[in-house]
Design a protein around this ligand. Structure first.
Ligand SMILES: NC(=O)C1=CN([C@@H]2O[C@H](COP(=O)(O)OP(=O)(O)OC[C@H]3O[C@@H](n4cnc5c(N)ncnc54)[C@H](O)[C@@H]3O)[C@@H](O)[C@H]2O)C=CC1
Ligand SMILES: O=C(O)CCC(=O)C(=O)O
Length: 431
C-alpha cells in the first residue's frame, strides 16, 4: 500500500503530540490547512514481507515507512525492529522526526520505518534476508535526495551496511548517502554511533547550567542500556554526574553511591547481563520512581504515564527515548514544577550526526572524530539557546516541550508557505 494522503487521511498522532499541536495552534492561530499538514503524514507505505526461514518455512513480517513532512528537505529517520511496531507508532515517530530536524535546524523533513519482528528470534542469516528484503520493497521510495533511513531500536551499523549494499545492488553504482549510521569503513561518520548520547549529555549540561545545578552532585537514573542509554551513562559518568541506576528490558541495577560505569561496561560487554555486575537489583518500575535529580527514559515510549506519574520523585526528566511521557503525565509533571527536556531536543544528536554523515557522503570529504564532536556540540547548544529564548520571550510558553513545538511548527510551516503549500495570511487563520 502506498498512500499520498489528502485532508481525509486518518489521524493517528499520540496524545502528547496532539495536545502540543493544539496548544501551538491556539497560540499561533494556525489555519485549518496548516494544522492538516501537521496532523497527517504525507505518505504511508506498508508492505508485508515474506521471508524464507532457516528451517524452510516462510514467515510474513509487516513493515512500514512513513514519510511525514518533506517541506524542509529529504525525509530522515530510523528503522525500528520490534514486535510491537505498527502504523500508528511509526506515524507518531515520523511526526517527531519532522519536528526534531527543525529543532536541530538541519535541512531534513521527517520519516520513520519499522518491521514488526522480534529480532532476537532470528538467526543472523534470517536477519540479513529480512533487512535486504526491506530495501528490496522500499528502494523506489528512498534515496540520498528523497528519504534517508538510519538505525533505531534493535537496528545498528551492521544492518545499515546490508541495506546500503542491497540498495546499490538494485540501483547500480555507489550511493553512500542513501542511509546513515553505517560502519565508518562503509562511509559512516566518526562519532555517529554514540552521537545521540553525546547530544543528550550536551543538552543536560546546558540544562544543569541553566538551573544552576552542579554536575558533580547530580544523580541520574537511566532506563534502557542499548545504544542510547549505555553511551549516555558512560558520558555522564565521565562528566562527573553520579549514575545511580541503569536498566534494560529485563530490569535494572541500583547503587545510591554511584555505579562504576567503566567497570560495568567491561562486565556487560562479556556477559550481556546487568545482574551479573553484583549491584542491588531493581525493576524498571522502581527505576522510574527513584529519588534522583534527573530521570532519563532511554528505552521505548509510554514509560511515564498516569499509572506512575504521581510517584515520580526526580527533579527533572531528560527524554532520550522518543515519546516516553504521556500527555497526562507531562501535564502532571509540569504542575508539580518538574521540567521535562523533550525528546525532539534531548535526542536530536543522533539525527544531527546523521546529517553530518550525509554531508560527508555527498561531498566525499570525511571529517575527524574531533570535528564531528565539536560541530555536534555547537549545533545542539544553539538549539538549546533558541528554545531558551522562546521560553523567556513568550508569556504563553511554560515548558521546554512547548518551546520546542513552537519553534519546530513555525519552521515547518514557514517552509510550506515558501513552497506555496499554505497561505500564511492572518485572514486564513481560524479562531
Ligand atoms: N539509536 C539512535 O540513534 C536513536 C534512538 N532514539 C531513541 O532512543 C530509544 C532507545 O534506542 P536505542 O538505544 O537505539 O535502542 P536499542 O535497541 O539499542 O536499546 C533499547 C534498550 O531499551 C531496553 N528496553 C526495551 N524495551 C524495554 C522496556 N519495555 N523497558 C525497559 N527497557 C527496555 C532494551 O533492553 C535496550 O537496553 C528509542 O526510543 C529510540 O527511538 C532516539 C534518537 C536516535
Ligand atoms: O539518525 C537518523 O537519521 C534518525 C535517528 C532517529 O530515528 C531518531 O532520532 O529518532
Amino acid at each position: 500500500m502506498d498512500t499520498d494522503l489528502g485532508p481525509t487521511g486518518t489521524e493517528t498522532l499520540c496524545d502528547v503530540c496532539t495536545t502540543e499541536l493544539d496548544r501551538v495552534s491556539k497560540v499561533g492561530r494556525l489555519a485549518d490547512r496548516e494544522l492538516d499538514l501537521l496532523r497527517q503524514p504525507k505518505r504511508r507505505i506498508n508492505v508485508n514481507i515474506p521471508i524464507r526461514m532457516d528451517d524452510g518455512s516462510v514467515e510474513v513480517f509487516p513493515s512500514f515507512r512513513i514519510q511525514y513532512n518533506t517541506a524542509r528537505g529529504p525525509t530522515k529517520g530510523g528503522i525500528r525492529y520490534h514486535p510491537s511496531v505498527n502504523a500508528d507508532e511509526v506515524d507518531e515517530l515520523a511526526f517527531l522526526m519532522s519536528l526534531k530536524c527543525a529543532v536541530a535546524n538541519i535541512p531534513f523533513g521527517g520519516a520513520k520505518g519499522g518491521i514488526q519482528v522480534d529480532p532476537s528470534r532470528l538467526s543472523e542469516g534470517e536477519l540479513e534476508r529480512l533487512s535486504r528484503a526491506y530495501i528490496n520493497e522500499y528502494h523506489r521510495n528512498i534515496g540520498p535526495e528523497t528519504d534517508i533511513p538510519a538505525p533505531d531500536v534493535n537496528t545498528d551499523g551492521r544492518i545499515m551496511a546490508w541495506m546500503r549494499d542491497e540498495y546499490e545492488s538494485i540501483t547500480g553504482g555507489q550511493a553512500p548517502g542513501v542511509i546513515t549510521g553505517k560502519p565508518v569503513e562503509l562511509g559512516g561518520s566518526e562519532g555517529r554511533e554514540y552521537a545521540t548520547s553525546l547530544g543528550g549529555a550536551v543538552i543536560l549540561d546546558e540544562f544543569v547550567d541553566e538551573v544552576e545545578m552542579t554536575r558533580e552532585r547530580t544523580t541520574v537514573a537511566v532506563q534502557g542500556f542499548g545504544n542510547v542509554g549505555s553511551y549516555l551513562a558512560k558520558f555522564l559518568h565521565e562528566r562527573g554526574y553520579d549514575v545511580v541506576a541503569v536498566s534494560n528490558v529485563d530490569g535494572g541495577i541500583h547503587d545510591s553511591s554511584g555505579i562504576d560505569m567503566p567497570a560495568l561496561f567491561d562486565a556487560y560487554e562479556s556477559s550481556d547481563d546487568l545482574f551479573e555486575f553484583g549491584a542491588a537489583e531493581i525493576t524498571n518500575a522502581d527505576l522510574l520512581t527513584l529519588d534522583v535529580d534527573v530521570l532519563i527514559p532511554a528505552a521505548i515510549e509510554n514509560q511515564i504515564t498516569e499509572a506512575n506519574m504521581a510517584e515520580v520523585q526526580a527533579d527533572a526528566v531528560l527524554e532520550m527515548a522518543n515519546g516516553p511521557t504521556t500527555s497526562r503525565a507531562d501535564e502532571h509533571l509540569t504542575e508539580r514544577g518538574i521540567p521535562v527536556i523533550p525528546d525532539i531536543l534531548a535526542n536530536a544528536g543522533g539525527v544531527t550526526a546523521s546529517y553530518f554523515e550525509w554531508v560527508q557522503n555527498t561531498t566525499n570529504e570525511y571529517w575527524t572524530e574531533e570535528r564531528v564532536r565539536e560541530k555536534l556540540a555547537t549545533q545542539l547548544r544553539e538549539a538549546f539557546a533558541d528554545l531558551r529564548e522562546i521560553k523567556v520571550a513568550s508569556e504563553t510558553t511554560r515548558t521546554w516541550r512547548e518551546a520546542a513545538y513552537t519553534r519546530a511548527v513555525e519552521s515547518v510551516l514557514q517552509a510550506e508557505a515558501y513552497r506555496g503549500n499554505v497561505a500564511r495570511a492572518d485572514a486564513e487563520r481560524s479562531d
